[in-house]
Write a protein that binds this ligand. Structure first.
Ligand code: HH2
Length: 300
């Protein structure tokens, strides 16, 4: 099935249950990893109170969405049982929904975990497998009316490093994301609920991640808002020669480049630097669209 028209252009936003998040301005998704083994922040949020404190700071810094994860997807991470993932995620989702009014997303590949998170108040499912891992997940998302992030990956976190053989990485990622979109639509997910993500670092070499970051028009053509997740990733570490906790500036730069290339949602650990970079990007875009005379008036 071809997507003839862009839901983003038609509706100007991302429909999540009963709300619409406008994508006319960039949206920042703050990462809350409730895992002992995430690549950059594993073990930092061992209890609900720590997650609430981190979330409060993210909200203050300008986050629009909070993304809660209970299973690391770093290369070689050990799989987590659904029960353990639910045990990690659900109390935090409940507490976040009580404390804040912004939408909470659950980063999971599993229908049972997503369902438990929806029951606890989550409104988005962020699936790094692009609806390839659990055949029950698309229907669970459709029935909940959830927003859906479909990320591109090949293989699993355990073996994705061996799946980087692309001819044309942009064309192939676009085509495989189109397949993910079709799985979502067939299960009854509304087109306006869908966001696509190139999956930076997932079955991608450093060069492939950079190519995707610089060629996002290949994905915006699909007609859905594009999310990117460069945060603290290894391709930035390779470039900058710094450890994960020192990659916030590189992350903000990557997000700004992606924003100028058409991405609209940015999944990050360090909210403030990315919010500030995006504000500069927005101001430059707005200034460019002003008539020359009004610019002269402003500076004169
Ligand atoms: N990256 C990670 C996890 N989830 N979701 C989307 N949509 N896009 C991404 O790029 C993405 C994602 C990996 O980062 P992180 O959560 O920091 O690490 P870990 O998987 O080790 O918990």
């Amino acid at each position: 099935m071809m997507v003839a028209e862009s839901p983003e252009r038609l509706h100007g936003g991302w429909c999540i249950g009963s709300r619409i998040l406008s994508t006319s301005r960039p949206l920042v998704m703050g990462i809350l990893n409730l895992t002992p083994d995430s690549f950059s922040d594993g073990g930092e949020l061992p209890h609900v109170e720590a997650a609430l404190q981190r979330a409060a700071r993210m909200v203050e810094e300008g986050a629009h969405i909070l993304d809660v994860g209970g299973e690391s997807t770093r290369p070689g991470a050990l799989p987590v049982s659904p029960d353990e993932e639910i045990r990690r995620v659900v109390p935090v989702v409940k507490a976040l929904c009580r404390a804040f009014s912004l939408p909470v997303s659950v980063d999971t590949r599993k229908a049972s975990v997503a369902q438990a998170a929806f029951d606890a108040g989550a409104e988005i499912v962020n699936d790094v497998s692009g609806f390839t891992f659990d055949p029950e997940l698309p229907r669970a998302a459709a029935e909940a009316g959830a927003g859906v992030v479909l990320m591109h990956m090949r293989g699993t976190p355990a073996d994705m490093g061996t799946h980087t053989g692309y001819g044309d990485v942009v064309a192939e990622v676009r085509q495989e994301l189109q397949g993910a979109v079709e799985r979502a639509l067939e299960a009854g997910v509304s087109p306006e609920a869908i966001v696509v993500d190139p999956g930076l670092g997932f079955a991608k070499t450093h060069e492939q991640s950079l190519t995707l970051l610089g060629t996002l028009d290949g994905l915006t053509e699909l007609g859905f808002p594009v999310l990117v997740g460069p945060s603290r990733k290894r391709f930035l570490g390779e470039l900058l020669g710094v450890p994960p906790q020192e990659r916030a500036v590189g992350t903000a730069a990557a997000c700004l480049m992606a924003y100028l290339g058409g991405a609209r949602i940015f999944r990050v650990h360090d909210v403030l630097p990315t919010v500030e970079a995006l504000r500069v990007g927005m101001a430059v875009r707005e200034a460019r669209s002003l008539p020359a005379s009004s610019f002269a008036l402003q500076v004169g």
